[in-house]
Ligand binder design. Structure first.
Ligand code: FAD
Length: 426
């Protein structure tokens, strides 16, 4: 009997538990350690922040879903991983021993790296949509804002790796303001570390630059690229725009009445600074099999894995880890742990293909980047109303899958196969 422990029950951790249970031997035990009793569907947080979605619709209890598949669960959280002892120290000081560990903790949000960044509860002056708790607060502030509108600053700071939701939220706010007939009272500026609009941390995808610039112009959203956000005060953001050679070009002081800036990510405290396990930012080091090179019984999936930037940029821009890419990591990991259980070497490699739907409220954009780093075999970016509908359908589908305790039903495999999208290499 082997004990497989998964830390984190988010977009990566929960499907990981279901796939692992299906692939492990009957006598093996699978345990999920979460620091919260609930799962929430992160991609829908922007809708919660403008009250287009209730948090109840995108949140569910983890325990019952795991119990259906005979997967053990604790919501005590991982305080510290002790890889030399094959042990996870839990929030109450007790320990859980493992034969295999999968780290799927997502990111720690690095609001502290810029003075004044982040929600008021963390001492900041901006909103966040990274967690549903933040999105609920952002929504309360949105309701106050629309009663007394003014300038908006929205975007992503230096070192961020998640740009899609910044564009998404800018467009969603634009749509919501138009519906309220107050868009004319809201000058909007998009501030981003990306070297150009539509870079997305991917070096662009298809005509993402042209399509997103056009969408921003169409919606009267100004932008500042190569931007370093230096500090934020109540209602004021200090931003230095840079030239392509990285030298400062212009200092901006932007007034705002409402602002959402995506922060940079780093690794969570439970693993930060463990020699050989993490890089200097606390992301888990992995090989092509999702396995840590030093601690070979530790695997990792999702936003917490270390991935280098796609290309050098004047201001640091990280590579995004999108949902489908995470699912491909999950499938490869489950197969590789099964191989290890059978005494064999791991062989499965995730494709890390970037496939994404970004909602604009009334329409949206979809992209497929195969592989993630250009030049690519598939490089497709498209705008249309269908994306908005597809994103709603995907949220409902994913929540249903998680409640039922399945990771990838056969019909999903068939659809992806038809589209030529594969999770595993070869
Ligand atoms: P998470 O989903 O964040 O899950 C990590 C889990 O680990 C959390 O439940 C956390 O509480 C838990 N945890 C953390 N520390 C501990 C600990 N010490 N012990 C136990 N548990 C712990 N990608 C797309 O493809 N499409 C989208 O539309 C999309 N929209 C996004 C919108 C936003 C606002 C953001 C931030 C990201 C979006 N992404 C999207 C990117 C990506 O899919 C998500 O970030 C996704 O949630 C990442 O999954 P994850 O499992 O790595 O992390």
């Amino acid at each position: 009997m082997a004990h497989i422990v998964i830390i984190g029950a988010g977009i990566g951790g929960l499907p990981m538990a279901f796939e692992m249970r299906a692939l492990a031997r009957p006598q093996d035990k699978v345990t999920v350690v979460s620091n919260t009793p609930t799962f929430h569907f992160v991609p829908s947080n922007p809708w919660v922040a403008v009250n287009w979605r209730d948090r109840d619709a995108i949140e569910m209890d983890i325990g019952p879903a795991l119990a259906k598949r005979k997967i053990e669960f604790t919501a005590l959280g991982a305080k510290r991983v002790h890889p030399d002892e094959n042990r996870v120290e839990l929030g109450d000081g007790s320990s859980l021993r493992y034969d295999f560990l999968v780290i799927a903790t997502g990111p720690k949000l690095a609001f502290d790296e810029i003075p004044g960044l982040g929600p008021a509860a963390m001492g900041g002056h901006t909103q966040s949509i990274c967690h549903v708790d933040h999105a609920v607060v952002a929504e309360k502030n949105w309701q106050s804002f629309v009663k007394n509108p003014g300038p908006i600053v929205v975007g992503a700071v230096q070192g961020a790796s998640c740009y899609g939701p910044a564009y998404e939220f800018a467009m969603i706010m634009d749509t919501d303001l138009k519906r309220r007939k107050i868009r004319d009272k809201v000058p909007m500026t998009f501030v981003t570390a990306e070297p150009y609009i539509g870079h997305l941390g991917l070096g662009g995808v298809g005509d993402s630059k042209g399509i997103l610039e056009s969408a921003m112009r169409d919606r009267h959203i100004k932008w500042i690229c190569n931007a370093k956000t230096t500090k934020i005060e109540a209602g004021k953001m200090y931003v230095t725009e840079h030239n392509d050679d990285g030298t400062p070009k212009k200092d901006h002081v932007l007034d705002f009445k409402y602002s959402m800036m995506l922060p940079a990510f780093k690794g969570v405290d439970a693993v930060f600074g463990i020699e050989g396990l993490t890089n200097p930012r606390g992301f888990i080091l992995i090989d092509e099999f999702q396995r840590n090179p030093k601690f070979k019984n530790i695997y990792s999936v999702g936003v917490c894995v270390a991935i280098p930037p796609v290309e050098a940029t004047p201001i640091p821009v990280g590579a995004p880890k999108t949902g489908y890419m995470i699912e491909s990591m999950v499938t490869a990991t489950a197969h590789n742990i099964r191989s290890a259980l059978d005494g064999q070497a791991p062989v499965k490699k995730a494709t890390w293909n970037a496939v994404c739907l970004a909602d604009f409220g009334d329409s949206g954009v979809a992209f497929v980047a195969l592989p993630q780093i250009p030049p690519r075999n598939v490089n497709w970016f498209s705008e249309g109303k269908w994306v908005h509908l597809a994103k709603i359908a995907f949220e409902k589908y994913f929540m249903r899958k998680m409640k039922a305790g399945t990771s990838e039903p056969i019909y999903e495999q068939l659809v992806l196969k038809t589209l030529g999208i594969k999770k595993l290499k070869g």
